[in-house]
Design a protein around this ligand. Structure first.
Ligand SMILES: [Fe+2]
Ligand SMILES: [Fe+2]
Length: 269
């Protein structure tokens, strides 16, 4: 099973150019085009939030139309830039969108379960799993038994290493890690939010943050630095799950890159 994880598309109204450089709408379209032209095509698109920049109803509808234009099944969870109720409304008739409460749910259609979390705090940048959401997660993990499971969330629940980001840490990260550690079948925890590519460990799971499809943030380790943009290419993650190996995850940059045969192969032939 091949899952294409995209994140932080930050789509705005048509014609808006973010930071005078980035047409987030066109960049999401470009990433989706790359997904649909892959051979073999991914089986599923997972969007881990900040789909929109301002949470507007109309932009949520546009993002949905773009996702559906791929013809692939997909799901989406909210980020801090999204608004809960407009997102719920935009996807109300999908089988996974909850009618009330948090935007969390489980995709059960595949051999590996995808537990999708809502880590947002209305009006705030950082993420959390409050007691209510932790209890829901514990119930879902218990119900899944030993089935292979991945967790999707917008905010990474690990240290970033960028002081600007770590000044707004994930709240309740210790409780989340303790819960996940009790379920060794949770092998992969995927996130976005930090607009850079990271790997860490939570419990027994590999934890990753995926690059944005729109623009990246500099991994600035200076204590007093604010956030800066860096012109690295947009990207996505491809999570390739197979029995009995589990997940192999690849960062796939979005763009037109030349493909060539290595010269040593020509010499051997
Ligand atoms: Fe973001
Ligand atoms: Fe975010």
């Amino acid at each position: 099973m091949l899952i294409a994880q995209i994140t932080d598309s930050h789509v705005e109204a048509p014609g808006v150019i973010a930071h005078d450089r980035y047409d987030a709408r066109a960049l999401l379209a470009r990433a989706l085009q790359q997904i649909t032209t892959m051979v073999p095509r991914p089986h599923f698109i997972l969007h881990t939030g900040d789909a929109t920049h301002h949470g507007d109803v109309s932009v949520n509808r546009d993002v949905r139309a773009m996702l559906e234009s791929t013809g692939l099944p997909y799901c989406i969870i909210p980020g801090n830039h999204d608004e809960i109720e407009p997102m719920r409304a935009a996807y109300a008739d999908t089988p996974w969108m909850p009618k009330t409460s948090f935007l969390h749910y489980v995709i059960e259609d595949f051999r590996t379960r995808i537990v999708c979390l809502d880590t947002t705090i209305p009006g705030e940048v950082p993420g959390t799993l409050c007691e209510q959401r932790l209890a829901w997660l514990e119930g879902q993990l218990a119900a899944g038994g030993s089935r292979p499971t991945m967790i999707a969330m917008h905010h990474p629940a690990f240290r970033i290493g960028r002081p600007f980001s770590d000044a707004r840490p994930f709240r309740n990260a210790d409780k989340f890690a303790a819960l996940v550690a009790r379920y060794p079948n949770v092998s992969l925890i995927v996130a976005g939010h930090v607009h850079c590519t990271l790997q860490a460990r939570i419990g027994n799971a590999v934890a990753i943050a995926a690059p944005s499809t729109a623009y990246q943030f500099l991994m600035d380790r200076r204590e007093d630095a604010s956030i800066s943009l860096i012109d690295e290419p947009p990207g996505m993650y491809l999570h390739d799950w197979s029995e009995p190996h589990g997940f192999t995850s690849q960062v796939a940059l979005v763009g037109d890159f030349n493909i060539a045969k290595p010269t040593y192969a020509a010499k051997r032939a």
